[in-house]
Ligand binder design. Structure first.
Ligand code: KYN
Ligand code: ZN
Ligand code: ZN
Length: 213
C-alpha cells in the first residue's frame, strides 16, 4: 500500500461543512442529504448540499464587494498558494489597527488569529474586524492576501464595508472563516484554493498550512 504520510507537518485550517454550521445571520443554512443510498439498494451513495457561498472557510471573490469584480471562477491561483505569516491578534482590543500589526517580515500573505477558541458551535457577533488603515498599511508592505478566522474583515453591522473597499482598491484577496486554534504564530506555506464557481461571489475553500522546509 502507498503511504501518503507527508514529510512536512500539515495543519488543517478549514471548518467542517455540516448541518448546524454557524452562518451569517439570515443567510442560507448548510444542509446535506443523501439522494441515493446504498442501504436502499443503490450501487453508490450520492449526496446533495445547499449552502451560502460564504459558508465556513471561504475566499471572497471581488464580485462580492464590486458589481463588476471578478467571480470565483476567474480567481488567480497565486494569492492562495505560497508563504504566509500567521499573526496572533487574540490580545487586540477592538478591531485590528495599524498599531496592532507586528513586523510583517515581507510576507505576501497575512493570516490573523483573533479567536481564543474557534466558535464551531455558535455564531459570534462580536468578532474582530480589520480597520481599513491597517489594510492599506499591509498593502504598502506588499501584502497580497489577508486571511482571518473571523467571518468577515468588516464588522457584522457595517454598512460601509471599509475593509472590503480598501481591499478592492488595493486589489488584494480575502480568506475568511479560517480555523487557527492549533497554529502557533509564524511562517507557513498556505494552500487554500477557492472552488471554481461561475458567477460566484465567493468560493468555499479547503485551507491548509504546511510547515516550511
Ligand atoms: N453571508 C452574508 C450575507 C449578508 C451580508 C454579508 C454576508 C457575509 O457572508 C459576509 C462575509 N462573509 C464577508 O464577505 O465579509
Ligand atoms: Zn465572505
Ligand atoms: Zn468578506
Amino acid at each position: 500500500m502507498t503511504s501518503w504520510k507527508s514529510q512536512r507537518r500539515i495543519w488543517d485550517i478549514s471548518q467542517t461543512l455540516r448541518p448546524g454550521l454557524p452562518v451569517w445571520p439570515g443567510d442560507t443554512n448548510f444542509s446535506f442529504e443523501r439522494t441515493w443510498r446504498m442501504e436502499d439498494g443503490s450501487p453508490v451513495n450520492v449526496g446533495r448540499m445547499t449552502m451560502s457561498t460564504h459558508s465556513g472557510t471561504h475566499a471572497d471573490a471581488p464580485l462580492h464587494y464590486a458589481a463588476d469584480g471578478a467571480d470565483a471562477a476567474s480567481l488567480e491561483f497565486d494569492p492562495y498558494i505560497g508563504e504566509c505569516l500567521v499573526i496572533d491578534a487574540r490580545n487586540v482590543t477592538g478591531d485590528i489597527d495599524v498599531g496592532d500589526l507586528p513586523d510583517l517580515e515581507s510576507a505576501d500573505r497575512v493570516l490573523f488569529r483573533t479567536f481564543e477558541s474557534f466558535p464551531h458551535g455558535e455564531w459570534r457577533e462580536d468578532f474582530k474586524a480589520i480597520e481599513a488603515d491597517a489594510i492599506r498599511w499591509m498593502a504598502v508592505q506588499g501584502v497580497k492576501l489577508i486571511g482571518t478566522d473571523a467571518p468577515s474583515v468588516d464588522p457584522q453591522n457595517s454598512k460601509t464595508m471599509d475593509a472590503h473597499k480598501a481591499i478592492l482598491a488595493e486589489d488584494m484577496r480575502i480568506l475568511e472563516g479560517l480555523v487557527l486554534d492549533d497554529v502557533p504564530a509564524g511562517r507557513y506555506e498556505l494552500i487554500a484554493l477557492p472552488l471554481k464557481i461561475a458567477g460566484g461571489d465567493a468560493g468555499l475553500c479547503r485551507a491548509i498550512l504546511r510547515e516550511l522546509t
